[in-house]
Write a protein that binds this ligand. Structure first.
Ligand code: PDD
Length: 284
């Protein structure tokens, strides 16, 4: 983690970055977050991330304590102060500190915190080799379209993945993959269709997902939005997942079974290249 964080209007050293134990983010996970990639010291797909932040806070009737323009200023200040060339900016807004009571407090002030992290995304070795994933039951709540900080189900899913030597967990419900623990799941079929689940309350509307689908369609690649099973993904030509912190990540095995020839596939490689090229050209 980098050195300077943002807490409620002030830039402070990481060791001094604190919020109250009465903060409803801490007590109830009553809060929303966003993660935006940084490439060449600039923000990738920040517009869609801020749109989704606005949508998420609206869904839980949480007013943003600062304007959209101020959020961009905070993000840019963190990138500059911490010298982040490649990595991410994390933002979180909660309903603030108040006496513990489930219903909304009358007069709490929302808490806004943000920090940056340096991370190698483009030249990540995993993107060259591909990664393994496991499958796990999707035990989350029914509003997964809201980017809530209530992430315990994903914490458990990722820990199960790590124990199995895998990088991600594909979560399933009623026999179909909803999404990755912190990513959107895709397959490429034998007939070269790029398949991902349609948006609904069952999954987060991924900003990287949106960009990849658009870029694929613009290049004449066939895109199909439908649900798929783990068995279909295991026998697909290719599999990958997308997120702000991994871009397009090839999946080479699911629950120990190789996908395709067990190496990152050509469509996945191409989409990763196109996404990175576009991200570099449009980051701001
Ligand atoms: N997670 N689905 C879930 C459940 C996620 O948590 C994420 C991202 C995505 C991909 O969304 P996007 O392409 O907008 O990053 C899908 C971030 C990276 C995180 O929690 O760290």
């Amino acid at each position: 983690m980098s050195d300077i964080a943002y807490v409620d209007g002030a830039f402070v050293p990481r060791a001094e970055a604190r919020v109250s134990i009465f903060d409803r983010g801490f007590l109830f996970a009553d809060g929303i977050y966003e993660v935006c990639a940084v490439l060449d010291g600039r923000l990738v797909d920040n517009g869609p991330h801020l749109d989704r932040l606005a949508r998420s806070v609206g869904a839980i009737e949480l007013p943003l304590p600062v304007s959209r323009e101020q959020i961009v200023e905070i993000e840019r200040a963190l990138v500059a102060r911490n010298g982040v060339s490649e990595g991410l900016v994390y933002m979180q807004v909660t309903r603030g500190a108040a006496d513990r009571d489930f219903a909304f407090p009358e007069n709490a002030t929302p808490t806004l915190v943000a920090f940056s992290q340096k991370k190698t995304i483009v030249a990540a070795p995993a993107a060259q080799t591909g990664v393994s994933v496991i499958s796990t039951d999707d035990i989350r709540w029914a509003r997964r379209d809201i980017k809530s900080v209530a992430l315990l189900a994903q914490v458990l899913a990722k820990q199960a993945a790590r124990r199995a030597g895998a990088a991600e967990a594909f979560m399933t419900e009623d026999g179909f993959v909803t999404e990755g623990a912190s990513s959107t799941a895709f397959i490429v079929t034998a007939s070269n269709e790029i398949v991902t689940r349609p948006l609904s309350r069952a999954l987060l509307p991924g900003c990287t997902r949106m960009a990849v689908l658009r870029l694929a369609a613009e290049r004449g690649m066939a895109v199909v939005e439908r649900a798929f099973t783990i068995a279909e993904a295991q026998s697909a030509a290719e599999c990958f997942f997308t997120s702000a912190t991994s871009f397009v990540m090839p999946v080479i095995a699911i629950d120990g079974r190789a996908v395709g020839n067990g190496q990152p596939g050509p469509a996945t490689r191409r989409l990763r290249e196109i996404y990175i090229e576009t991200a570099r050209a449009t980051a701001e």
